[in-house]
Structure formats: structure tokens, C-alpha cells
Design a protein around this ligand. Structure first.
Ligand SMILES: *Cc1c(COP(=O)(O)O)cnc(C)c1O
Length: 478
């Protein structure tokens, strides 16, 4: 290309490189090994098209295009397209939103030792469905079942893809083609399109609603029982709460009614609080959640809960209960479709083993939920000083974090929060710039400030968070 310094004039279309010219550029060629030639061609087409588009609307002239093509321009432009494309994938993010179990950010991050066990399972052959002593086939979740028994006192336990899957399997295995009785106060929709009536329909179950939104009595269930009844179902209303003149049926009453009429009973517990006497109780932080062990002790046949909510493990739906009821679930073909893979099972086993070893409070989500205002003071002050040095205005205020994911609605965890304002941009602009960073940072905007909640930071996040702030284009300090 002519590199004379006099301004370029004339037809910019003539300067537009062909796709093949882009691909022959030395800088672009270095991208090929990591992107692949076919994909690189697609990016080159996209680049040439976007420049042609800019020319056609008059936002790019010959001089502008020449500047873009100068030096390593083509390689840089293509590199930017490749980076943009990669940035769309699943990648680590920093959570300063203060929502601990943030569904948008993947809920519970697992303990590093749990992650290590999952990694080994992912990259190697595993003893998954074979007994290593006899060489016979066995069940993939035998160990999990044993660990769940020790932790929550169930006879049997199994795991499926998630708790929505657990509810679907429970309904299908116990009541497909029959009726399930459920309280009108529990016909809830739980974030992300889990609606109890729709799940029932998908499971081939005829739903029989009883009671009223605010009050349901055991007699309501009893009166609805017929020869067609296959299941008495209880659902945790999750992020929905009825207050005032209310009554709900006691689980023990429901279990007893089921036993009396030989009808199965099930409780979709949702977040599923699991406590062991080796752990600091989480109950107060998550306000009145029923413990899985207590739910089982009520005599209900099947209790289901998520693996990645309060348990703090990988995404899964855990189903615990009587040997007889769990056996019916295991025999259902839907279980074969919903069961967990070796990586998830390895993570669940490792999580339960940590808890049973008395190290449950080390689980990241538990640590976040248990942290007091005092615990968070040190990191808040450090962050504040560093951000002030970068030119941001920062105030530490008393704030509230949330457990999230429908666990503990209306419960807030008190602690220090950083109110950050950037002289260079609006709070929404700052939040957007943080999300676009690497790693992306997710904060909350409130009024005229950005809120950073240190509760949801993981080990190592603090340094990276500050690097992101320092690297913001025209950051306050730059
Ligand atoms: C969260 C929740 C679900 C859905 O669980 P996933 O693990 O997200 O599939 C179902 N029921 C209740 C009561 C819940 O709280």
C-alpha cells in the first residue's frame, strides 16, 4: 500500500481489500491456528462487509480506510472480531451484585477441592457404573446415596440434572396418568419458567387444586382423594410469600394421610437447607427455610432440592426419601434421560464429603451467607482506598445482600457496601463498561451510584476487580 503522507482522496471502495487479501495479511495469518481457516474466512467476510456498510452510509472515507489498513491494522481489526466472538462464551465473571446465588451468574461456585475432583472426572475414565471389586455393573449414584443417607437420614437418594428435573421425575414416576393433589397456595412460578401446573402437565399428571391461595387444610386434601390419586404434592413457594391470614398443611399430616390411603407424598423443597452439627447454623441467614433432614423426618416419601442453591455444590436436583419411593423413580425411563453425568456426580460426592468431614463452612456460598458486617469490613476498606486512588468517588454505606435464587425471600444480609461514582460516566455507563471488561464484572446500579457488594467476592477476585477498574477506557484516574 502506498504510504505517502498526502491525504488519500477518491473512491474508498477501491481501497477495500478482498476477503482473500485479508486472509493473506501476515497478522491475520497468525490467528489461523487458534481460530481455524474456515472461521477466519467468515470473520474476514464480516470485516469487509462492515467496512463496505460504513462506506455506503458515509461514515468511512478513503482516508479513514487507509488509516485502518496502515501497519498492522488488518491483523488488529480481525483480532478484535475474534476476541469479541470469544467473549460471548461461558467464562468466569466477578460477582459484586450482592446476590449470592445469582442464577444469571451460574449460582453456587464450588469449593476448589470440589472443582479439582470434577476436573479429574472430566478428563479421565472413572469408576462410574462398575464395582471395582467384583467387576459387576452397579449404579452410578450408589456412593451419592450413601453420603446423602449419612447427611440427611434418607434411606435412598438419587441425583438428576436440576431440581426442575427432580420435580418432573417425581411427578412422572409417582402419578403419570393419575391425579396429583396440590394446594392453591403452592401453584407458583419460580424464576426461569418453572410453573408447577405446567410441570404437572408435562409429567402427564392431572392436577387437582385444593384450598385457597392463603389457606389450605388437610381436610381439603382428604376430600379430594379418589381412586385416581397418585400423589400428594407440596411445593415450597420459593420467592413468593403469603402473609397475614394463612394456614398451610403440616407436612407430617400430609405424609400420614398418604400412608393411610397408600398414596405417595412428595415435597419440592427448592433451595434445600442442609445443616450438619459441624457447621455454623445458616438458618438465621436464610430465615426459616426447612432443613432437608426435618422435611424427611416428617414422613414425606420424597423430598427434592437443588444441588447449587443452599447446598453449595454443582447444578443438580437431589431426590431423597424412602427406598421404595426412590426405587420407583429409578425405574422410570425419565430418570435415564435426566440423570447426572460423571462430572456432576464427582462434584456432588466431593461437596457432601467436605460437609461430612466438618468442613462445610468452607463452601464458598456458605462462607458468603455467613459473613458478618465485621468480616467484610477489611476488604471493603481496601477496595475503597484502591478505588479512590484510581480517581473514583467512594463511600462505604450500610447495605443489604440477598441469598438469591428464591431461597429465603424477604431475607437480607446486612453488611458494608461501596457506593461508587465515576466522574467520567453515569452509573449505568459504568456498570456497562464493567460488564464489557475481562473478566466481566456484575454490580448493581441504585439511584445515582454503582453499588459494589464485597460479600459475593471469591478468593482472587479482589485483585482482578481492581485491575478491571484500572483498565476502564478513560477511567476517572486516567
Ligand atoms: C429453585 C426451585 C426449583 C427449580 O430448581 P432448579 O435447580 O433451578 O431446576 C424448583 N422448585 C423450587 C421450590 C425451587 O425453589
Amino acid at each position: 500500500m502506498d504510504s505517502s503522507s498526502k491525504p488519500t482522496q477518491g473512491n474508498p471502495y477501491r481501497l477495500l481489500p478482498s476477503v482473500d487479501e485479508v486472509l493473506r495479511d501476515p497478522g491475520v495469518m497468525t490467528l489461523a491456528p487458534s481460530v481455524g481457516r474456515a472461521m477466519l474466512r467468515t470473520f474476514a467476510q464480516r470485516l469487509v462487509e462492515s467496512w463496505r456498510e460504513e462506506i455506503s452510509v458515509g461514515s468511512l472515507d478513503a482516508q479513514g480506510l487507509e488509516n485502518r489498513l496502515a501497519g498492522e491494522g488488518l491483523g488488529l481489526a480481525m483480532g478484535a472480531l475474534v476476541d469479541q466472538d470469544r467473549a460471548r462464551g461461558l467464562r468466569r465473571a466477578i460477582n459484586v451484585s450482592g446476590v449470592v446465588l445469582n442464577t444469571g451468574l451460574g449460582r453456587a461456585p464450588v469449593h476448589v477441592e470440589v472443582a479439582a475432583r470434577m476436573e479429574v472426572a472430566a478428563r479421565s475414565f472413572c469408576v462410574l457404573e462398575v464395582d471395582r471389586l467384583s467387576g459387576e455393573r452397579n449404579r452410578r449414584d450408589e456412593r451419592l446415596s450413601q453420603l446423602l443417607g449419612r447427611l440427611v437420614g434418607c434411606e435412598e437418594g438419587i441425583a438428576v440434572n436440576n431440581n426442575a428435573g427432580a420435580a418432573l421425575l417425581t411427578m412422572h414416576a409417582l402419578a403419570s396418568g393419575k391425579e396429583a393433589i396440590v394446594s392453591r397456595g403452592e401453584l407458583v412460578e419460580i424464576g426461569g419458567s418453572f410453573r408447577v401446573p405446567e410441570v404437572m402437565t408435562a409429567a402427564g399428571v392431572r392436577m387437582v387444586e385444593v384450598g385457597a391461595t392463603n389457606r389450605t387444610r388437610i381436610a381439603d386434601y382428604e376430600n379430594a382423594l379418589t381412586a385416581e390419586t397418585g400423589l400428594l404434592m407440596k411445593v415450597h413457594p420459593s420467592n413468593f410469600r403469603v402473609v397475614g391470614f394463612t394456614s398451610e398443611v403440616q407436612p407430617a399430616e400430609l405424609a400420614a394421610l398418604g400412608k393411610q390411603h397408600r398414596v405417595a407424598s412428595a415435597w419440592d423443597l427448592g433451595s434445600g437447607l442442609v445443616e450438619a452439627n459441624t457447621m455454623r447454623p445458616l438458618g438465621a441467614s436464610v430465615g426459616g427455610e426447612t432443613e432437608v433432614a426435618d422435611a424427611l423426618a416428617s414422613g414425606i416419601d420424597i423430598v427434592s432440592f437443588s444441588g447449587d442453591k443452599l447446598l453449595g455444590g454443582p447444578q443438580a436436583g437431589l431426590i431423597v426419601g424412602s427406598a421404595e419411593a426412590v426405587a420407583r423413580l429409578r425405574q422410570d425411563p425419565m430418570y435415564r434421560a435426566l440423570r447426572c453425568d460423571k462430572v456432576t456426580l464427582a462434584g456432588l460426592e466431593a461437596t457432601l464429603e467436605l460437609i461430612l468431614a466438618g468442613r462445610g463452612d468452607e463452601l464458598p456460598t456458605r462462607r458468603m451467607l455467613l459473613a458478618t458486617g465485621d468480616d467484610l469490613e477489611g476488604v471493603s476498606n481496601k477496595l475503597k482506598d484502591a478505588l479512590v486512588d484510581l480517581g473514583f468517588q467512594v463511600q462505604i454505606v450500610a447495605g443489604e445482600s440477598q441469598p438469591g435464587s428464591g431461597s429465603a425471600p424477604g431475607i437480607f444480609l446486612e453488611g458494608p457496601i461501596l457506593r461508587v461514582t465515576d466522574p467520567a460516566r453515569s452509573p449505568a455507563g459504568l456498570a456497562a463498561a464493567l460488564r464489557a471488561s475481562d473478566p466481566p464484572v456484575f454490580a448493581r446500579v441504585q439511584g445515582n451510584a454503582l453499588l459494589l457488594d464485597p460479600r459475593t467476592l471469591l478468593q482472587g477476585d479482589q485483585e482482578d476487580l481492581l485491575k478491571v477498574f484500572a483498565s476502564l477506557p478513560n477511567s476517572a484516574g486516567a
